[in-house]
Write a protein that binds this ligand. Sequence first.
Ligand SMILES: Cc1ncc(COP(=O)(O)O)c(C=O)c1O
Length: 408
Amino acid sequence: MREFAKSHKLDHVCYDIRGPVMDEANMMEAAGEKILKLNIGNPATFGFNAPDDVMQVMSSSLPLAQGYSDSHGIIAAREAIIRYDEYRGIKGVTPADIYTGNGVSELITMSMQGLLDSGDEVLVPSPDYPLWTASVTLAGGTAVHYVCDESADWNPDIEDIKKKITPNTKAIVIINPNNPTGAVYEKDLLMQIVEVARENGLIIFSDEIYDRLLMDDAVHTSIASLAGDDVFCITFSGLSKSHMSAGFRIGWMSLSGNKKAARGYIEGLNMLSSMRLCSNVPAQHMVATALDPASFGKKDPLLLPGGRIYDQREFIYNALNSIDGISAVKPKAAFYIFPKMDIKKFGITNDEQFVLDFLREKKILLVHGGGFHWGAPDHFRIVYLPDMDTLSASMQGLKEFLADYKQN
Ligand SMILES: Cc1ncc(COP(=O)(O)O)c(C=O)c1O
């Protein structure tokens, strides 16, 4: 029988959030086990609903949304995105500079496919949201990871960035606010990254999908607002997280700065955008309502004391730090935390094995730090969206498990 293998393009592509550990959890579930899942940032599955007004506008727009739209998206959505960009200080964005996508995910892949040739390098954070590394690799480029510094609230290490630039480096990716750390980058540091991009002729890709999920006094700065006219930036955002509507698949990217220098690349983006015809049209109709200027700068009550995300963040942060051998930096945004394990104490040399052992014994699913291209086997990620009972049971489980865990 003729057999069919995956293409060689996928040989080095890795997306472990939905990888082998999750496969094992699915098998356990199929066998009737109940698994507590702290592994995927999918708000709807934890009882978070999209706001009524955006749901309403999308369903009432269905009759208008039966055909393909312009490949960039409907004009009302793009104008709303431009207003939002202007509010964030990103200047000079025109409707032609906006591309709506089936989630930010599609645009990440598209933006890498349009840019990279074999041998091109892209600086990507470690830890990262792994789709970035996967997309660089799939596009034939090489992801070179720069370190984010846990002791500096997980801000990128600028010296490490500088050290990793070579003549082949074409771009730098930042994820701000960050998944998996929950960090919000300081303005001063963003200015230094712009300077590095300017000096080395790099494109800046900034994934800002969590920019409206800030807690405490965190202030988010879009790096494109600092970049001026001479550095080309692509800023990504969408409604999956801010409007708890991941299943509707709507995200966008905005091009700003030195578009002249990127003329050829933009031609490629237009080609790729046209090849997939357009993004999901009903979801595009949500954008203008979701980005109503009256909502700019207003915090969702879920992110304030007494709100579910805020309270769950407080709980998980305190619970983790009270476990012997675990420490965690407090996240300032999104709904992830990236705790550190004392690997000497637990004899851990393989973090994927650790999450697998924990899954098998306690039926609780986490993602190992290596899944985010973190270099040492000493971290894991928790999504703290599940309700307080689930989080509480999970933390109790982790405490019990680690009380006598020794991997080696
Ligand atoms: C940093 C980051 N970027 C992009 C995405 C993808 O979002 P979308 O649903 O818009 O494809 C995610 C999803 O978890 C994410 O965490």
